[in-house]
Design a protein around this ligand. Structure first.
Ligand SMILES: [Zn+2]
Length: 129
């Protein structure tokens, strides 16, 4: 018997918060349009990684690559939970979240700092050497 290997997308669906759905939808719709023309592109995974949206496909067109890159770049300024403007923050347990101030409070995220602050510190440390 042949076993089908399921992609994480088939198993878990869209693994990101609803705040990012508006970023995902145009890409999803475009893939469906392309597939109606026989492109056969599958979404393999949609997830959050270090506070950033990540979309993986079984195949890419130049247009899709560009759309995905733009959505991923936008995601680090949009609250994953509610879609309001947000910022990447690091929790005390070193998890990175992209959230607005209200959702940080609501979800009781213990913020240790923002990613921007952290990156600035790293750059400064590098300059001192
Ligand atoms: Zn929010």
């Amino acid at each position: 018997m042949e076993k089908k290997l399921y992609t994480p997308f088939e198993l878990f669906g869209c693994e990101v918060g609803k705040g990012w759905r508006p970023l995902v939808e145009p890409i999803y719709n475009r893939i469906q349009e392309l597939n109606e023309q026989g492109a056969g592109i599958e979404i393999t995974q949609i997830k959050e990684k270090w506070g950033e949206l990540c979309i993986y496909l079984s195949g890419y067109t130049e247009e899709l690559e560009k759309m995905i890159k733009q959505a991923e770049e936008k995601s680090i300024h949009i609250c994953e939970t509610c879609g309001k403007p947000g910022e990447r923050v690091i929790s005390r347990f070193s998890w990175i979240y992209t959230r607005c101030p209200e959702c940080i409070k609501e979800e009781k995220i213990k913020v240790g700092g923002t990613v921007d602050e952290y990156q600035k510190k790293l750059r400064e440390a590098g300059e001192m050497e």
